[in-house]
Write a protein that binds this ligand. Structure first.
Ligand code: HEM
Length: 415
């Protein structure tokens, strides 16, 4: 992992043995895929993204740690990329790589200023109030299907609770919330509605910023506006979108993947019948085994250097394999199997651009409350299909189920 002096800027990952990074093996059995990659290519794999665009896929725990701990060597601004001329028109990955002025792609002092303001604004959230508000939202959602005796816990519960919680946290008026949630989902889905949805989202955030500036409230948006970091409205708009989206989408998948684990793994059967016992343990285990955040683009090499035995050139793209790093036998010896109790996973990223303190803690409050309320209300819940009939949605970036059908004894509503 030493610096070298060769500064020639051309992508180095376009090797003859580069692996095409898409296909059914990865989608349904990522652990087998990681194991094969590690065996055949080592911790840093030359890969081709859609359109055969080259990149490095970093799958070693030690190497992901090294890349994310050294922003001077591996930086975040996507304009550093040396393969922009290879990107096809309408490339489906553009939403992940296109530059925008948000904190996620900022570097140096600019990043520090905004990241500190975000942490302060999030840290002022009262965890007990957040949990109470998630309990109310969970009860409202469960009331909608409690009498039916069956539900899809993905679309009817896990995907719906975090966005509702985020809207309250950021002070979005109830009348605006459904449109905003729909637009965030279009943007994340990178479908044909993504561009108009992103434009609408910017307008909604502008209205939110104006209304909070005029009438500040006890919400994250008002706190960011009042912060000495001196946020402008434009900066606020470009940071609110990733914050609200990041708070909503992976948290929903985390809830869904945890409910799945508790329903298919007999170690959690007692909890299902007996209450809240090991919800925190199941949430942590999911972050090791089925993290919603599978991979991120990423970082861009600032200088030529060596990483995991590969010669990286300036401007090369590195994809960070959080899930693959979590599955690295160096941190998870097969003999130990489960990661429960050990929080050294990389599912919240790492380093300056990792999920900002205290966002992981807030996400956990949301996820834990959601699962606990569901188990309290529907204690005899069980899968309505065989475990191996559950399907993961095909995505390299996130791990989430296509659906989570369950049945239970019809229960009374609270509302
Ligand atoms: C309240 C909930 C959450 C909020 C507000 C939030 C917000 C953010 C923000 C603003 C960043 C960008 C940080 C930066 O570039 O300086 C980030 C990064 C990240 N978040 Fe979160 N997040 C939340 C929940 C989650 C969850 C549930 C996961 C996955 C389990 C997650 C995984 C990540 C990862 C992996 C990164 C690092 C991306 C990278 O290094 O390229 N976040 N988050």
């Amino acid at each position: 992992m030493t610096d070298e002096t060769d500064e020639t800027a051309r992508p180095a990952a376009a090797d003859a043995d580069a692996v095409r990074l898409y296909g059914p093996e990865f989608d349904q059995r990522p652990k087998d895929f990681f194991e094969r990659m590690r065996r055949e290519h080592g911790p840093v794999v030359p890969v081709l993204l859609e359109g055969d665009v080259p990149a490095w896929y970093v799958i070693g725990y030690r190497e992901v740690n090294h890349v994310t701990s050294n922003p001077g060597l591996f930086a975040r601004d996507t304009r550093r990329w040396n393969a922009w001329d290879m990107v096809p028109e309408n490339w489906s990955l553009l939403p992940f790589v296109g530059w925008n002025p948000s904190v996620m792609l900022a570097e140096g002092e600019e990043h520090k200023r905004r990241s500190a303001a975000i942490s302060d604004a999030l840290d002022a959230v009262d965890r007990t109030e957040l949990s109470g508000s998630c309990e109310r939202i969970a009860d409202r959602l469960i009331d909608e299907f409690a009498g039916d005796g069956e539900a899809d816990l993905g679309s009817q519960f896990a995907d719906r609770l975090p966005p509702m919680a985020m809207m309250e946290l950021f002070g979005v008026p109830e009348s605006e919330a459904p449109d905003m949630i729909r637009d965030i989902q279009h943007v994340a889905g990178s479908d044909e509605n993504a561009v108009p949805a992103y434009q609408r989202l910017q307008e909604s955030m502008r209205r939110l910023a104006e209304s909070r500036r005029a009438r500040p409230g006890p919400d994250v948006t008002s706190r960011l506006l009042a912060h000495p970091a001196g946020y402008t409205d434009d900066e606020l708009i470009s940071d609110l979108i990733p914050m609200i989206s990041a708070g909503h989408l992976p948290t929903g998948h985390w809830i869904g993947n945890t409910l799945r684990l508790m329903l298919v793994d007999e170690r959690f059967a007692v909890t299902l019948q007996g209450g809240r016992g090991s919800v925190a343990q199941a949430l942590n285990q999911v972050l090791w085994e089925d993290t919603p955040s599978q991979n991120n683009i990423g970082r861009f090499a600032v200088h030529a250097c060596e990483l995991g035995g590969r010669a990286i050139r300036p401007g090369d793209m590195l994809i960070l394999g959080w899930a693959a790093a979590n599955a690295d036998p160096q941190v998870q010896p097969p003999a130990h199997g489960s990661g429960a109790g050990n929080r050294a996973h990389l599912s919240f990223g790492h380093g300056d651009h990792g999920c900002p303190f205290p966002a992981p803690e807030l996400a956990e409050v949301v996820a834990r409350t959601a699962v606990e309320v569901l188990l309290d209300r529907l204690p005899d819940i069980e899968l309505a299909v065989k475990p191996d009939e559950l399907r993961w949605l095909p995505s390299f970036w996130v791990r989430r189920l296509a659906s989570l059908p369950v049945r239970f004894s019809p229960a009374a509503t609270l509302g």
